[in-house]
Design a binder for this molecule. Sequence first.
Ligand code: TYD
Length: 227
Amino acid sequence: MLKNKGFFISFEGGDGTGKSTQAKIFYKWILENFDKKAVLTFEPGDSDFGREIRELVMHRKSPTQKDQITAKTQALLFASDRSYHIDNIILPALEQGKTVITDRYFDSSVAYQGDVGGLDDKSIYNLNMFASDGLIPDITFLIDRDINKALPQAKKTTGKKYDRFEDKNLAYHKQIRQKYLELANKKGSFAKRWCVIDGSGTIAEVNKKIIEAFLLKIKEIKSNNIV
Ligand code: TYD
């Protein structure tokens, strides 16, 4: 938490893990129990500018269209969406002392566009430090779930448009899951922000685990005198 600023919380996880549902329910809890002015937002695309980038990066006209958008192009588009998102939504709210919850943030870029996406984690991390001016969440919830169960849910959410991310195979989704676990378990100064949540179980059960982890984390942060 930046001095005199609101709490910054991100939700991360693979496609179809229930992450967005959990972010919404947790937001409701935060409004009722922690900060009634809290803001819920998401990436990619939670702004007019972001929506256009989202269209560019997420969809192509048909599954057979030759894909010209490389991992590097995607990474740059996601990073510019993020930079705009921070300047126009995240930072103004944090500066007013509001809690901000974002459904995906730069760890998504490291997980998807880094080593797994054919680039490398370090370059993507550095690109995102530039895009975000080093704005790191206070808490990052990783919703971790067995991908065999997660995939059908991801498929169901696919609308009419062809979604280049949800089209990937099971092996790819397993790689994303492993990458997230690797990021969350990394040693280092920012490692403490991660809370790995077992995403199996009912929506209410997972929500309970998130709230418990949040209360512990808050206690930990307060006792370290960071807040
Ligand atoms: P979205 O429809 O928002 O789904 P989800 O509910 O899984 O968040 O799709 C976001 C997709 O974009 C998802 O497959 C992950 C991908 N993505 C990246 O590859 N890099 C990024 O930086 C972000 C924010 C998302």
